[in-house]
Design a protein around this ligand. Structure first.
Ligand code: GCU
Length: 424
C-alpha cells in the first residue's frame, strides 16, 4: 500500500504528458543538428517518371501527383461535399468593438442523408461600405474564449477538459470567456481593415481517437480504409465549409480570405490551403511535424511520435512511414509548394524546438523553386533569419522569441504580410 501511495501521484503527471503529446515512452527527441540523419529531399520540380517541370502547365500535372500522394498517404482522402448547409443568424451586433465592427454569430447546420452537424461561427467585420478581406481560423477552446464580449454563446460542444480554460466534464464554461483573447487581437485586426471568422475546432471533429464516429466523419459513415480522412483533414474540410458560407456574405471579399492556424490547427490550415484554392493566403503558425517542418530531419517531434501520440490525426497509412521518413515520396516542402503561387506565411518560435523551427524555415525555402516557376520570389532569403527579423517574399517567414503560441507579434506580421500582398 505504501508503495502504491508513493507512485499514485505519477498518474496525473503521466496523463498530462500524454494529453500534451510530449509523453516520451521510448522516444527520445533529437535536438542536436549534428545528429540529423542524412537525407535527400524529393524534388518538387521532378515528376516520379523522372521528367523535369519547366512550365506552370507542367506544374499542374506535378501538383496533382503531389496532392494525391499527400491525400492518400498522409492526411487521408476527404469526401466531396454533397450535402446541404442551412445558415441561421443567432446574434448580430451592429456596433461591436466601440462601434467599429459588425459582429455576427451564425449557426451553420450541415446535413446529409439524415445526419447533421452544427458549426457555430463567430464573425467580426469592419463597418465599411466595401467588402473586407478576412482571416479565417479555428480556435482551440470555443468562440467565447476569443473575446471578452459577454454575448458570445458558450456552446455545448464536446471540449477537452482543461483547468486553465475552465472546461469540465468535457464541456466549456462561462469562466473561460476571453481567456484566449491574446491569440485573437480582434480590435487590432478590425482597426487594420480586416475581418476575422472563427469556429471551435472540436465542433468539426472532437480531438480524440473515437474510431471516427463523431464530428464531420459521422456525416460520411461509409466504410473506412487506410486512406480515409483523419482529424486534420476533417478540420481542413470544415474550413472549406466555412468558406462556402463566407463566399455568400456581402461583407466579405471572397478573393481575399486568408486561412490561418496554430500548431495542430496550423497543420490543418496548410492542408486546407492545399485542398481548397479559394483560400487566397495560407498562414501556418508553429505547425511543426505534419505541418511546415521537414519530416526527414527527425528533429523534435517525428512521424512515428506524432502517429503514436495522435493516432487519429492522419490517414492510417501514414503510420507505415513511422521511422521510415525517407520512404515517403514527399516531404512537407511539397505541401507548401501546393499553395503556389498564393502567398503563404510560416512562423516559428525559437524555443519551440518540438516543432523544429529550422525544419519549418527549410520547408518554405525548399518550396521556393515552384514559386520561381510562376515568376515569384518564394522565400526571399536562403539562410534562416535571426530571431524577430521577419522576411516577406511570396513566402513569408519569421522565428520569434519565445515558445509555442499564437501571439500579437505573430499577428502583427500577418497583418503586414496581408497589406503587402493585398495592396493596402
Ligand atoms: C502537440 C503535438 C504537436 C501539435 C501540438 C499542438 O505538441 O505533438 O504536433 O502541433 O500538440 O497542437 O499544440
Amino acid at each position: 500500500m505504501r508503495n502504491l501511495l508513493k507512485t499514485t501521484w505519477l498518474v496525473p503527471v503521466f496523463l498530462f504528458l500524454l494529453s500534451s503529446g510530449h509523453a516520451q515512452g521510448d522516444f527520445v527527441p533529437n535536438y542536436d543538428e549534428s545528429k540529423i540523419p542524412p537525407y535527400a529531399l524529393p524534388d518538387p520540380l521532378q515528376r516520379t517518371d523522372g521528367s523535369v517541370i519547366k512550365s506552370t502547365s507542367d506544374w499542374e500535372k506535378r501538383k496533382k501527383e503531389i496532392f494525391e500522394y499527400f491525400q492518400r498517404e498522409v492526411y487521408g482522402i476527404s469526401p466531396v461535399w454533397d450535402g446541404k448547409m442551412e445558415v441561421r443568424e443567432i446574434s448580430k451586433n451592429e456596433s461591436a468593438i466601440g462601434g467599429t465592427a459588425i459582429r455576427q454569430e451564425l449557426k451553420l447546420t450541415l446535413s446529409r442523408e439524415g445526419r447533421s452537424l452544427d458549426m457555430f461561427v463567430l464573425l467580426y467585420l469592419p463597418k465599411s461600405a466595401k467588402a473586407s478581406p478576412v482571416f479565417l481560423g479555428l480556435n482551440f477552446y470555443g468562440n467565447h474564449t476569443v473575446t471578452d464580449d459577454k454575448d458570445i454563446l458558450v456552446t455545448g460542444a464536446w471540449i477537452r477538459n482543461n483547468e486553465t480554460y475552465h472546461s469540465e466534464n468535457n464541456r466549456a464554461s462561462e469562466k473561460g470567456r476571453g481567456l484566449r483573447k491574446d491569440a485573437w487581437p480582434v480590435e487590432e485586426i478590425i482597426g487594420r481593415g480586416y475581418g476575422v471568422a472563427t469556429l471551435y475546432y472540436g465542433e468539426l471533429d472532437p480531438d480524440f481517437d473515437d474510431g471516427f464516429k463523431n464530428g464531420v466523419h459521422a456525416l460520411y459513415p461509409q466504410q473506412r480504409d487506410s486512406s480515409s480522412w483523419g482529424s486534420i483533414a476533417g478540420w481542413a474540410w470544415g474550413l472549406s465549409r466555412m468558406m462556402d458560407y463566407l463566399e455568400t456574405h456581402a461583407g466579405v471579399d471572397k478573393k481575399k480570405v486568408a486561412v490561418l492556424g496554430h500548431s495542430r490547427l496550423g497543420k490543418a490550415a496548410l492542408w486546407a490551403g492545399a485542398l481548397d484554392e479559394r483560400f487566397a493566403m495560407v498562414i501556418s503558425n508553429n505547425s511543426g511535424c505534419g505541418g511546415a517542418a521537414l519530416s526527414r530531419r527527425k528533429f523534435g517531434e517525428t512521424v512515428g511520435r506524432i502517429n503514436t501520440a495522435f493516432p487519429h490525426w492522419f490517414a492510417d497509412r501514414f503510420k507505415s512511414y513511422n521511422d521510415r521518413e525517407n520512404e515517403l515520396l514527399v516531404d512537407q516542402h511539397q505541401l507548401i509548394a501546393l499553395m503556389a503561387p498564393r502567398p503563404v506565411y510560416i512562423a516559428s518560435g525559437v524555443e519551440d524546438t518540438w516543432a523544429d523551427p529550422k525544419g519549418e524555415f527549410l520547408g518554405g525555402l525548399e518550396a521556393s523553386p515552384v514559386y520561381g516557376l510562376f515568376g515569384k520570389e518564394g522565400m526571399p532569403v536562403s539562410e534562416m533569419p535571426a530571431v524577430d527579423q521577419p522576411v516577406m517574399g511570396t513566402i513569408g517567414y519569421h522565428v520569434r522569441s519565445g515558445g509555442h503560441g499564437l501571439t500579437r507579434y505573430d499577428w502583427k506580421q500577418y497583418l503586414e504580410f496581408a497589406d503587402k500582398h493585398w495592396g493596402k
